[in-house]
Design a protein around this ligand. Sequence first.
Ligand SMILES: O=P(O)(O)OC[C@H]1O[C@H](OP(=O)(O)OP(=O)(O)O)[C@H](O)[C@@H]1O
Ligand SMILES: Nc1nc2[nH]cnc2c(=O)[nH]1
Length: 175
Amino acid sequence: MATNVSTMIDSDRIAQRVRELGAEITRDYVGRNLVLVCVLKGSFVFTSDLVRHIDLPMRVEFLGVRSYGEDTKSSGVVQITHDLTKPVEGDDVLVVEDIVDTGLTIAHLLDLLRTRKPASVKVCSLLHKPARTRIQVPIDYLGFTIEDKFVVGYGLDWAERYRNLPYIGLVESSS
Ligand SMILES: O=P(O)(O)OC[C@H]1O[C@H](OP(=O)(O)OP(=O)(O)O)[C@H](O)[C@@H]1O
Ligand SMILES: Nc1nc2[nH]cnc2c(=O)[nH]1
């Protein structure tokens, strides 16, 4: 069986939207203690582009999370594989996700982060797939709304492959 990836959102559209999100976040967080929490692994590419468009003193933390494993469906169990390295008590936390699909991962992370007593917690996600929502979580900064398709690239994987594609694509298989 051969696989082939078609483009859903090209790299120019992503770059333009990431610039806009960075500018919006910069405006909203002036004078605050911004801590960006990059949710690994999927949001490493988005976060690394986004931070270069935020013109503020800020920190970056990483939270390792896994719920999909090798599958294209959420296991429903969110495992923490790497925790924050510093407290975020009193800080303005902005969680950066590559995608909000069922909402189970981000809902779990928001519950976890609120136990750390930040001054505020907001969500920035590159993608949202509303057709599959199981838990509704407000997304404060959103890149693109997409249809109900399993996407790869720009950090997103399928069984750990395709994270390095510079665009968001759809895997098409042909036998
Ligand atoms: O809204 P949900 O249905 O919970 O799905 C969203 C989560 O799924 C992906 O993570 P995954 O578990 O695939 O791990 P990865 O980031 O390491 O690829 C993605 O990065 C989100 O964290
Ligand atoms: N790669 C990938 N991971 C996801 N996690 C939740 N939805 C998706 C998706 O569409 N693609």
